[in-house]
Ligand binder design. Structure first.
Ligand code: GLN
Length: 448
């Protein structure tokens, strides 16, 4: 299959350069560079987020600082998909270093939402979501630190899975916030997203946080939901929820009940701690992880008379505004005088969030059903000037990230013609259960 409308070999540098105007890709593979190998993904195209290291194509993380950088090694997730016969179609646009919810923070221009080109595709894996939604590839790899696979999947009307932390190797995934980062999969269908996960998952000695867990095996779909206990967290379904989103989610709740599931409200009182805790911890980790971009080891260097000035100029010119904001906030949170008040407090909040989910799942709840986002895709430019409103986009996705739980978004229908996602959150390692429920929702909702 040759994907439609894309010229190969082009390295796109801005939205104007993108052949179809969507700007989903930053680089396209040469078709012959990835001849298919036999395997479960034989000959299938997979779009790969530009923070996963590939050998033939640049890995820029959507940053000027890594413009043109080609990795000397390959990410484990990419190697696994190639060994399974998959072919890397190209590298997808993203918010710089994964920091954002709209792909507007890419140094190479925003990606447009293929459903409505005046709207954002979500982020930070917006290029991967747009590539799948536009039909360039049936599946894509992304990364999810606080929602970056699930939220763009919801905005583009496709499926996005964030596995349990430790399920997929982070080797070759450029670090944003290491205790949260996880490679995730996007697909046109639940089956596509799940079979890509099946291929890329598994223990990897090259990632010290990779865990030897029971493997994820694609379940027989659709599975019976008879007796399955579905929890509806009151804090996600509160009075603040957009009425149109609520209506869609209630329809999903009812269809699960009709399929034999036992649906009941539950409470996760620590939910309100998630955003403040995440927006301390993620920048703190980022400020440390991004210290490696010094003009010496990776990517771009801006020369100066002496080394200190060279590092300053490289970082000042290489990083975009949001990345600088996060580095400053993170450095502040980790500074000696404020460490306990900010970083320490955020860590304690995170521990409580983990306990809260644990209590709910221990009480016999099998899976949680929530909205993926507060509303449908917003307009390009609508939130760029207001970082806090952008951060609040992550209110429903960040808690599962902090707890390391598997979570996914599945299309839940449309409001005003725009896709809405339902999020499922499962206990650690229970991706198969989550995928079964999603498949049932997909079968009933049928948003393609
Ligand atoms: N929007 C969130 C952030 O900016 C999540 C991004 C992500 O998951 N990479 O940090």
């Amino acid at each position: 299959m040759t994907p439609p409308g894309v010229e190969h070999l082009e390295v796109v540098r801005s939205q104007e350069d993108s052949p179809d105007g969507l700007n989903a890709f930053l680089a396209m593979a040469e078709p012959e560079a990835s001849a298919p190998t036999p395997g479960p993904l034989e000959g299938e195209w997979v779009a790969v987020k530009d923070n996963l290291a590939t050998l033939e194509l640049p890995t820029t993380c959507g940053s000027r600082l890594l413009d043109g950088y080609v990795s000397p090694f390959e990410a484990t997730a990419v190697r696994r998909l190639r060994e399974a016969g998959g072919r890397v179609l190209g590298k997808t646009n993203m918010d710089e270093f994964g920091m954002g919810s709209s792909t507007e923070n890419s140094a190479f221009g925003s990606t447009l939402n293929p459903v409505d080109r005046e709207r954002v595709p979500g982020g930070s894996s917006g290029g991967s979501a747009a590539a799948v939604a536009a039909g360039y590839a049936p599946m894509a790899l992304g990364s999810d630190t606080g929602g970056s696979v699930r939220q763009p999947a919801a905005f583009c009307g496709i499926v996005g899975i964030k596995p349990t932390y430790g399920r997929v190797s982070r080797y070759g995934l450029v670090a944003y916030a290491s205790s949260l980062d996880q490679v995730g999969t996007l697909g046109r269908t639940v089956r596509d997203a799940a079979r890509l996960l099946e291929v890329v998952a598994g223990h990897d000695p090259r990632d010290a946080t990779s865990i030897e867990a029971p493997p994820f095996i694609l379940p027989e779909l659709p599975a019976s939901l008879e007796g399955l206990r579905v929890g509806l967290p009151a804090e996600y379904w509160g009075p603040g929820l957009d009425g149109r989103v609520r209506e869609r989610l209630e329809a999903i709740r009812d269809l699960l009940a009709d399929a034999g599931a036992v649906v009941a409200p539950i409470s996760l009182p620590t939910t309100e701690l998630a955003i403040p805790s995440y927006y301390v911890l993620a920048p703190a980790e980022a400020s440390s992880n991004l210290s490696r971009y010094d003009g010496v080891r990776y990517g771009r260097r801006v020369e100066a008379e002496e080394i200190g000035a060279m590092v300053r100029r490289t970082r000042s010119e290489g990083f975009g505004l949001e990345v600088k904001r996060r580095i400053m906030a993170g450095t502040f949170a980790l500074s000696a005088g404020y460490y306990d008040a900010y970083y320490g407090a955020a860590q304690r909040a995170r521990a409580r969030i983990v306990e809260d989910f644990g209590r709910v799942f221990d009480s016999g709840v099998d899976v949680l059903l929530t909205p993926t986002t507060p509303g449908p895709a917003f307009r390009l430019g609508e939130k760029v000037e207001d970082p806090l409103s952008m951060y609040l986009e992550d209110v429903f996705t960040v808690p599962a990230s902090l707890a390391g739980l598997p979570a996914m978004s599945v299309p839940a229908g449309r409001v005003d013609g725009l896709p809405i996602g339902a999020q499922l959150i499962a206990p650690w390692w229970q991706e198969a259960r989550m995928v079964s429920v999603a498949s049932r929702i997909e079968q009933e909702v049928g948003d393609a």
